[in-house]
Design a binder for this molecule. Structure first.
Ligand SMILES: Nc1ncnc2c1ncn2[C@@H]1O[C@H](COP(=O)(O)OP(=O)(O)OP(=O)(O)O)[C@@H](O)[C@H]1O
Ligand SMILES: [Mg+2]
Length: 246
């Protein structure tokens, strides 16, 4: 399902009453099945943008459009599990219609089988993130929003989970928006990369990746990353606007 973002501005008021501009005008649209990736410096406004897109923050200028019937799955930067519910209950509460077979498959893929009856307080941050991923996928979302889902995982596990995210995203037509600080994850998972400026975030460059996700081998990925590294000075300069992304 199509996700259309047309934010024209977002400000926060500090405790001292000063106004801080967090988002500059940001416009982009993602089509069904497409994976957009947001890459930008810490504090530039990425999580703020995701909260707006999810409808959790309505205090902004502009508009966000997604079909009202769209099922939305999300992984927040902090796992946000209900502490008094087990791992399995956390997932089932978000996805009451999930079948036992689907749940078993997700727990197997995310290596959570041994933790079904554990409570969030008994989990490491990495395990809690995997539960948050299981919860987001159990919903069978039409729109999937992932805020640094692979942070705080060791490289080997992050790599396996990244592959599983790729598989799950490819298994149904889900429109995905991913925030990451990892260029490698961005290039492996994304169809279009959006490089953001420091706060207030605006899109400095939009980079489509021509090769379909499933056809990207390690050599192609290395070449794309090398190409991005060559462009990086433009994107980090902050003065030169990227291409129009409307
Ligand atoms: N509720 C709030 N009230 C005031 N300022 C806020 C609030 N939430 C976020 N901010 C400020 O807005 C800016 C953007 O925050 P945000 O969490 O969106 O950044 P981010 O790009 O997600 O960073 P990171 O990569 O570290 O997660 C920061 O300067 C932050 O301090
Ligand atoms: Mg954030």
């Amino acid at each position: 399902m199509r996700l259309e973002v047309g934010i024209t501005g977002k400000t926060f008021k500090s405790a001292a009453g000063e106004t801080h501009e967090v988002l500059a005008p940001i416009r982009f649209a993602l089509q069904s099945g497409e994976v957009g990736v947001l890459i930008g410096p810490s504090g530039c406004g990425k999580s703020t943008m995701l909260r707006i897109i999810l409808g959790l923050d309505r205090d902004y200028q502009g508009h966000v459009a997604r079909p009202p019937e769209a099922r939305v799955g999300m992984v927040f930067q902090e796992p946000r599990l209900l502490p008094w519910r087990s791992v399995e209950q956390n997932v089932r509460l978000a996805a009451p219609d999930v079948s036992d077979a689907k749940l078993a498959e997700l727990f197997r893929i995310l290596e959570l089988e041994a933790h079904r009856s554990h409570f969030p307080g008994e989990l490491s941050l990495g395990l809690a993130r995997r539960v948050a991923l299981a919860r987001a996928f159990a919903v069978e979302p039409d729109i999937l929003v992932l805020d640094e889902p692979l942070a705080s995982l060791d490289d080997a596990l992050a790599g396996r989970l990244r592959d599983e995210i790729a598989t799950l995203v490819a298994s149904r037509p889900v429109t995905t928006l991913l925030v990451t600080h990892s260029l490698d994850d961005a290039v492996r998972l994304g169809d279009r990369l959006f490089f953001l400026s420091p706060r207030p975030a605006r899109i400095l460059a939009e980079v489509p990746i021509g090769i379909p996700r499933e056809a990207r081998g390690d050599a192609a990925i290395a070449a794309i990353k090398a190409g991005l590294a060559r462009r990086a000075p433009d994107e980090q300069g902050g003065e030169r606007a990227g291409r129009d992304v409307s």
